[in-house]
Design a binder for this molecule. Sequence first.
Ligand code: EPZ
Length: 422
Amino acid sequence: MDKLVITGGSQLSGEVTVSGAKNAVVAIIPAALLVEGICRIENVPNIKDVTVIIDMLAQLGAKIHYINKNIIEIDCSKVTSYTAPYEMVKKMRASYYLLGALLGRFKKAEVAFPGGCDFGVRPIDQHIKGFEALGVAIEMEHGVINASAKQLTGSQVYMDVVSVGATINVMLAAVKAEGITIIENAAKEPHVVDVANFLNAMGANVKGAGTDVIKIKGVEKLSGGTYSVIPDQIEAGTFMIAAAATGGDVLVKNVIPKHLESITAKLIEMNVNVKEYDDAIRVSRMEKLVKANVKTLPYPGFPTDLQPPIVVLLSIAEGTSIVTEGVWDSRFQYVDELKRMGADIKVEGRIAVVEGVKKLSGSPVNATDLRAGAAMVIAGLVADGRTEVHHLKHIDRGYENFEEKLKILGANIKRVKDTDSD
Ligand code: EPZ
């Protein structure tokens, strides 16, 4: 495995272009299973999670054609298998989207419980509840979810928790169901809207995505078409925070500023300059960073996936900040790594108290998960001296050309073979 070696102290400056949204595309690709015809998907990020999900579809019998590294054509017309064993799904949490997509396609699915980032219990009870409401019988044994229905019938589904995955999964199962499905207390994340837009572009009838009530009128058939994935909100936020942390001046291009409002607001509160353009955001900082309290929440709240990066920023801001994790039970595991770099943070359950320090100091650290990995890189960029970020497999899952993009902005960062790890 590789590691990143960073020498801190450079202020990031220049322009960076954000890639397509990981959490949209990992649902859009399985959604192609519902389509009779060729789906041409553009603005696909070239990341490991995409390779993994593409590979799963290919194993099910889909024909995949790469036009270039960011445009793919998927033809699922010859797929006959509805079985996704553990060996296939273990590398990725979002493989649970195969359940909804295969159910929608075959009214049957056999999918093993997935893997993915570990930050506490990650139940799928709301996915199951939604499928059952559509008339699906579910059995779980030997780590496999067996789902089948004589017919999928539209129904009313109330989500007990706001869940991105459950909202999308029920949408996938419902687009070709008989009648109307109404999802209440639905997730409103940009990637939920993007999946709905993709399905509509292929001929589905989904209304209300982006609000907490989504109405899906079943259609008989989805046909092929072309769709371009939205820019990645979390990648954009990561670069915004990196620019602020290094006291730099960066134009983050190919973004939807509306998706970034919660981040923009927090940065401004912390003394950072943020200027919005139609499809870009400029972030610069000359003043000292000051404390802010952050609570992560479902969209449009502050995203949990940017909680580790913002904690790095708060760790070098003047004053005491309180960060409350409002989505996951256990998403502060990376804090121990940050403390080794000199951060002063106390964690109690879902709350972190961050005392700003004058500086961080470079050290070897682990990327404990995807976003924690990005946070370690930002910490390395501001720290004194040399930081080594190990376990890059997490970062590679979700950020396209991360270190190249940072290098162009002036970071002193390089990827080298990690002889210390397997
Ligand atoms: C998605 O995960 C993202 N992953 C995560 O991003 C992100 O952290 C999360 O949404 C929240 O925004 C993908 O889109 C692939 P949820 P998901 O269902 O869908 C509880 C990243 O770094 N819950 O919205 O799995 C759950 O325990 C990744 O890119 C239930 O109780 O998350 C959590 O507390 C990491 N029952 C909350 O809901 C369920 O059936 C939100 O989970 C489902 C979820």
